[in-house]
Design a protein around this ligand. Structure first.
Ligand code: IMP
Ligand code: MG
Length: 176
């Protein structure tokens, strides 16, 4: 049986996203942000963040292959859906749910760099630094650092479920 214990409340998540939006708005004064949402997990965070940014924002979406039903990363990243618009000369801000090993963002940022963006920054709701294998991948903006547990909610899933939870919870498995 799966059990979820609350790690970060809905109120804390909302307040932190509001702060990130303020910080980003002040850093990007006079610029337009191309907010690149990494599907599917980054979607709830990207939407909440976009609402808190006061400079112009254009949103686009891309998707990398995910874990499947397992809780362990395969390290093998595939592009499932590409962006709709070119990013040449754009100020790209990537919105992702969590940086775990860093494999997904290492692959995606390398791809986007080749397309001549003016700059590329990463905004992650969560960071799990204990599991990072891609040492050069860091969040420019990060909501919360989390321990090495499997977390769900605010876009993060287990087997496609729990993405809709408005808080961040730790998932554990108990004997029925
Ligand atoms: P990375 O490529 O190892 O950094 O993993 C990134 C992706 O793995 C995230 O976008 C999530 O979809 C997934 N992931 C990593 N850790 C967790 C977790 O604790 N819960 C749910 N999904 C996770
Ligand atoms: Mg994801």
């Amino acid at each position: 049986m799966e059990e979820i214990s609350i790690l970060i409340s809905e109120e804390k998540v909302s307040e932190r996203i509001r702060q990130l939006g303020e910080e980003i708005s002040s850093d990007y004064q006079g610029k337009e942000i191309r907010l690149v949402c990494i599907l599917k997990g980054g979607a709830p965070f990207a939407c909440e963040l976009a609402k808190r940014i006061s400079v112009p924002v254009v949103m686009d979406y891309m998707q990398a292959a995910s874990y499947g039903g397992s809780t362990v990363s395969s390290g093998d990243v595939k592009l499932v859906k590409d962006l709709d618009m070119p990013i040449e000369g754009q100020h790209v801000l990537i919105a992702e749910d969590i940086i775990d090993t860093g494999n997904t963002l290492a692959a995606l940022t390398e791809l986007l760099q080749q397309r001549g963006a003016a700059d590329i920054k990463i905004c992650a709701l969560l960071d799990k630094p204990a599991r990072r294998t891609q040492k050069k991948i860091e969040a420019d903006y990060c909501g919360f650092s989390v321990p090495d547990s499997f977390v769900v909610g605010m876009g993060l899933d287990y087997d496609q479920r729990y993405r809709n939870l408005p808080y961040i919870g730790i998932l554990s498995f108990k004997e029925a």
